[in-house]
Design a protein around this ligand. Structure first.
Ligand SMILES: *Cc1c(COP(=O)(O)O)cnc(C)c1O
Length: 473
């Protein structure tokens, strides 16, 4: 399997070659040259398999330059009950009639990013070992991504992590999840500034190509293809488990996905392109509705900082959606020239682009519908779900469920992806239910551990100095 860039001007590469890379050299995102099909007979065969085996089956269709036995070992040691809390890995829970919740938040940091990041950690360690080299992962986080990355890379050979976070601006849970890690290869840098300052420093360090090469600087951001393909697995597993009672070939389900960077739902799109019978991909946003607007109108308009709201579903507070280009490339029949014009010239010059009416109609043909949810909706939905079903959902999942209800169709199961555990957002849960959620053992245990973090002024040179003192070489 070769990987091509959405902008059409990069040399096709193998999986291992793009694993440690971010953007393609032409500024585009990598996608497989074609989607390997899964037919009804294959799905029937997979019904009896556990999560890790299905993961291996799917990943081996995309990864042909890691020996099968090695890939199987990496996958089966990643998707275990010990790491993900349950033998099902992503258990389904029935809510109201026609609606199921698929739990993606049972990993070490209690958010869905663990689903892909844990595998990415294993793949990185494997590939670096094969090449006998090292990687210093540099990242900026406002919460979930950084802690998922640190928990996936802690203790891994050949990898050190330098994670910048805005000093004093993350929630106590988020700080504890990152700062209490005892592993010497994890370096937390609390920058005196806001998240954007952290991100600017990462960009500035990465832009110094000489420094970047000398210090083997890499990232684990959401545009990484390996993360995306790992997420395809739970769509397939969700489909198989939701249709277990009536496994007629071609039976359809819909998925509702709380969305920010379009990473999660893009994996749903890939699963659908492979032939998984997905009827609707219901894209749910919060008040930051860039993507809802795109699906409804065909216009993609990047927001400025002042227009980006801080909401009670903070992991969806985005101003632009970094994975959207992958879907648009497919939507345009893989026309790289048109994709380059939209995401290159037009977005740079005008901060927006508009699809033609015919192109816009294609969004719906690809199964997408959308909606937005507000703080008041989240509170109502969290309360209703606790009362009807005895299930306490988090704020992001509440956005998904709120929008899912508007798109229910008779006879089509709707699977709402649960992207975080309620315990991570005690303030909003208390507002909705009058009491905080029960903290899982993982959170209770870390509350009183000492913090390992270096507070540092928002200065590029100081971060570089820190890297040269503590980085691997
Ligand atoms: C990252 C995140 C999202 C958004 O996912 P995207 O892939 O960026 O669309 C939703 N919910 C939670 C809890 C997250 O951490």
């Amino acid at each position: 399997m070769k990987y091509v860039s959405t902008r059409g001007e990069a040399t096709p590469m193998s999986f291992s070659e793009i694993l440690l890379e971010g953007l393609a050299p032409d500024g585009g995102l990598y996608l497989p040259a074609s989607y390997p099909p899964i037919d009804a007979a294959t799905l029937t065969r997979w019904r009896a398999l556990p999560y890790a085996e299905i993961a291996f089956e799917i990943l081996s269709r995309y990864i042909d330059d890691i020996p099968s036995s090695d890939l199987r070992r990496l996958v089966t040691t990643t998707y275990t009950p010990a790491v993900f809390g349950t033998p099902e890995i992503t258990p389904l829970t029935a809510l109201e009639p026609g609606i199921l919740l698929q739990g993606l938040s049972n990993g070490p940091t209690l958010a869905f990013k663990d689903m892909a990041m844990q595998l990415l950690g294993a793949l990185f360690e494997y590939e670096l070992g094969r090449r006998a080299t090292v990687l210093n992962v540099l990242g900026a986080t406002s919460g979930d991504t950084g802690s998922a990355a640190e928990h996936a890379l802690r203790g891994r050979r050949g990898i050190a992590v330098f994670m910048l976070s805005p000093h004093g601006r993350m929630s106590p849970v988020q700080q504890a999840q990152m700062y209490t890690l005892p592993d010497p290869n994890i370096n937390n840098l609390a920058v005196e500034g806001v998240f954007d300052d952290c991100q600017d420093i990462v960009k500035a360090v990465s832009a110094d190509l000489d420094f970047k090469r000398r210090w083997h600087i890499g990232t684990v951001n959401s545009i990484n293809w390996a993360r995306l393909v790992a997420q395809v697995v739970y769509y397939v597993v969700g489909y198989l488990r939701a249709t277990a009672d009536d496994p007629a070939p071609g039976r359809e389900v819909s998925f509702a996905v709380p969305s920010g960077n379009f990473g999660n739902i893009c994996a749903g799109h890939v699963a659908r392109m492979m032939g998984l019978p997905i009827r609707r991909l219901v894209l749910a946003t919060n008040e930051n509705d860039v993507l809802d607007e795109f699906v409804r109108t065909g216009t993609y308009r990047v927001r400025g900082g002042a227009e980006t709201h801080a909401t009670s579903s903070p992991s969806m507070d985005i101003s632009k959606a970094s994975n959207l280009e992958r879907f648009v490339f497919d939507l345009l029949g893989r026309d790289a020239t048109r994709t380059r014009s939209l995401f290159g010239d037009q977005l740079h010059r005008h901060g927006r682009f508009a699809l033609t009416p015919a192109e816009h109609a294609g969004i719906h043909r690809h199964g997408f519908v959308s909606g937005r949810s507000t703080h008041a909706d989240r509170i109502t939905t969290i309360r209703q779900t606790a009362h009807c079903c005895g299930v306490i959902i988090d704020t992001h999942t509440a956005d998904g469920l709120t929008v899912a209800r508007d798109h229910l169709e008779p006879g089509i199961p709707m699977i709402v992806l649960e992207t975080a555990a309620a315990a991570k957002f005690p303030d909003t849960i208390t507002e909705a239910l009058g009491r905080p959620p029960e903290p899982p053992a993982a959170l209770r245990d870390i509350e009183n551990l000492p913090h390992r973090v270096t507070v540092i002024p928002g200065d590029v040179q100081l971060v570089k100095d820190h890297l040269t003192r503590h980085g691997l070489r």
